[in-house]
Design a protein around this ligand. Structure first.
Ligand code: HEC
Length: 139
């Protein structure tokens, strides 16, 4: 029973870290290594920063991150990504990225903003910690 309590409090601590910590992405944030989902999120953030830069320099952005993995990547907190809420926000995000990939001309900026909104919508609902960083992706 004691062991179980220790486990639960460890999981809670890791969870709190992953969803409230606003530290820069380069260092591992928890002692057990970072979850697949956390690593994917960092790549999504880095990719977003490159897309923003490309748009600001008038270049055609390329999305290289494997964003569809958001549906399958394992989260730090077991079950975190299994809720209907998460799945709905994840589907909206994937749709937003696909719209951005197909956009041309002036639509690129609109759909890029739509993608960042999709990041923010999910984060405001399920994981508010990183929102301050994500806001930096806005044009
Ligand atoms: C469907 C919900 C959802 C969407 C959409 C989403 N995120 Fe996340 N994000 C999460 C969850 C949940 C975590 C916590 C992952 C974990 O700890 O396993 C997270 C974690 C993060 C982290 C912290 C990673 C770390 O270092 O631990 C960053 C940064 C992040 N997301 C950025 C983004 C960006 C940028 C986008 C859009 C391009 C985005 N997120 C879209 C749910 C989402």
């Amino acid at each position: 029973m004691k062991k179980l309590l220790v486990l639960i409090s460890m999981a809670a601590a890791i969870y709190a870290l992953s969803c409230t910590n606003d530290a820069e992405a380069s260092k591992p944030l928890n002692p057990n290594g970072d979850s697949e989902l956390a690593l994917l999120m960092r790549s999504m953030f880095d990719d977003g920063a490159k897309v923003k830069e490309a748009i600001q320099n008038g270049r055609v952005p390329k999305i290289l991150v494997e964003f569809e993995k958001i549906h399958t990547a394992k989260a730090t907190m077991p079950g975190k990504a299994d809720t209907p809420e998460f799945k709905t926000f994840a589907a909206a995000y994937v749709q937003a990225v696909n719209a951005l990939k197909e956009a041309n001309g002036e639509d690129v900026e609109t759909h890029y903003t739509g993608m960042v909104n999709a990041c923010m919508n999910c984060h405001n609902a399920v994981c508010p910690g990183p929102t301050r960083r994500i806001k930096k992706l806005y044009l």
